[in-house]
Ligand binder design. Structure first.
Ligand SMILES: Cc1cc2nc3c(=O)[nH]c(=O)nc-3n(C[C@H](O)[C@H](O)[C@H](O)COP(=O)(O)OP(=O)(O)OC[C@H]3O[C@@H](n4cnc5c(N)ncnc54)[C@H](O)[C@@H]3O)c2cc1C
Length: 433
């Protein structure tokens, strides 16, 4: 039997797989990236930029990118949904193939992915950045019918952020808005408290007799506590009898009656005009389908930080909110680790070992009013002894809210959108974001 050149190289690639960092013997190594959110889009873009010979296929079902960062400002009426929504056109031109579809199956032995549309794509390395799966079944009554009325808005877009905004606008002055926060781990831990702050800010301006009931599954505010409490006291009467915000910790939302508009916990039942119920979450389903989601009762996918390769499934790299990690579940981290992964893949394809000492950073802003914000910044460095990411700087937290940080937050958002989605210089952002 004679082998043609392609068959020979494929066979050689298989044999070389036993070496620690084998150069991929193909002329054009293939990478398939699943999910064009913050992690996947960044990784695909930078992989093509730094390793132009790699054939990059990016697969994403959504026609438009809607940003979770800044989505709370849309709920508060400070921005419009369009201000945080972007087309994929610029990114599409940066990769070899941009496929609008959902990956439904992965054959890790044959190294292929199959989409709902019936297409099959081969890969040498696969990158998964599919974000989170919301566990509606962990709240009794949060079925498909209830989901039509009660929104989570934990994935941004017209059917979530847009609908919840309209519900808040339609709520009568003197009405009750109830928000349920799940127990950690959750995507962007400060974001629920930012949401409370900004909706309080909207009510203060537009519906001064309204109330916000916060049912928090955690035993306390889990992020930037002192900063949020200071802002709630200063702006929203917190700790006084006229407080706009009624914060109730240790209250896990376990029952929803969407017809009666009630939300139940072990200790409480709240009747509300608008309910925002954020259910518990875990790594998106496609990570479980290949056995990569093993950590903490199957919540998320462990990785080796040198290149974000799954510790469970070889040749599959996992990014963003789907990973089991102490790294921040933040767009900033997904974007930063998308670049680290893109760089590591380039090294692997060139037969070199990736940087043994990687450093990652994350900065997360939270707005406290329609003109003030604060931040926390964290630096993580790889510790090779225990193969973990260690926090390098414990500082990096604002002392107090400020107007200048609100401006920085807007700049941060424009930067990360441009970087992730390859938006051109001079892109016409909305005036307000
Ligand atoms: C209200 C809110 C505010 C936030 N604010 C901030 C902030 O200020 N700063 C910050 O840093 N972070 C913030 N975050 C967190 C940030 O949004 C996430 O950490 C970030 O989106 C994670 O990126 P990702 O790539 O892991 O997932 P995502 O951005 O969710 O992208 C996942 C993508 O994968 C696609 N996908 C899923 N399954 C499949 C499949 N089977 N086939 C193909 N595609 C698939 C999805 O359609 C999606 O587009 C906030 C989050 C929320 C909810």
């Amino acid at each position: 039997m004679t082998l043609n050149r392609r068959e020979f190289l494929l066979a050689a690639g298989g044999a070389l797989a036993a070496a620690p960092f084998p150069a991929i013997a193909r002329a054009r190594p293939k990478v398939v990236v699943v999910g064009a959110g913050f992690g996947g889009a960044t990784c695909a873009r930078y992989l093509k930029l730094w390793s132009p010979t790699v054939e990059v296929t990016l697969i994403e079902p959504n026609p438009r990118f809607y940003s979770c960062p800044m989505s709370n400002t849309v709920l508060a009426g400070m921005n419009r949904l369009d201000d945080i929504g972007f087309g994929y056109g610029h990114l599409r031109r940066r990769v070899d193939r941009f496929v609008r579809d959902t990956v439904t199956a992965i054959d890790t032995a044959k190294r292929t992915v199959t989409t709902a549309g019936g297409h099959v794509f081969a890969y040498d390395r696969l990158v998964l950045s599919p974000g989170i799966e919301l566990q509606f079944d962990r709240v009794q009554g949060y079925d498909a019918e209830a989901q039509r009325v009660v929104k989570h808005a934990w994935k941004a877009g017209p059917d979530q952020t847009g609908v919840l905004r309209r519900q808040l606008e339609a709520m009568p002055d003197g009405g009750v808005f109830a928000i349920a926060i799940p127990m950690a781990p959750l995507r962007c831990p400060p974001a629920p408290y930012e949401r409370v702050s900004l909706i309080a800010n909207y009510f203060k301006r537009a519906k001064p007799r309204a109330k916000i009931v916060v049912l928090d599954g955690n035993d306390d505010i889990v992020s930037k506590k002192a900063l949020f409490l200071a802002a709630w006291r200063k702006h929203y009467g917190y700790d006084t009898e006229n407080s706009l915000i009624d914060y109730r910790p240790n209250n896990v939302a376990s029952q929803l009656d969407a017809k009666a508009m009630t939300l139940g916990t072990e200790f409480d039942e709240v009747k509300a005009d608008v309910i925002n119920l954020i259910p518990p979450m875990r790594a998106a389903a496609i990570t479980a389908a290949i056995g990569a989601r093993t950590g903490d009762n199957g919540c998320c996918a462990p990785v080796d930080y040198l290149g974000f390769e799954s510790t469970e499934v070889p040749n599959v790299h996992i990014l963003g909110d789907a990973i089991l990690s102490n790294l921040s579940k933040a767009a900033a981290m997904a974007n930063n680790s998308g670049k680290l992964c893109a760089y590591a893949l380039g090294e692997i394809f060139a037969g070199r070992a990736p940087d043994p000492d990687p450093v990652l950073t994350s900065t997360c802003y939270s707005a406290s009013t329609d003109r003030t914000a604060f931040h926390v910044a964290t630096v993580f460095r790889y510790n090779s002894a225990d193969r973990a990411m260690e926090v390098q700087s414990g500082g990096g937290v604002s002392e107090h809210e400020s107007e200048i940080e609100f401006k920085y937050m807007r700049g941060w958002a424009r930067n990360i959108w441009s970087d992730t989605l390859a938006l051109p210089r001079g892109y016409p952002f909305g005036n307000r974001v």
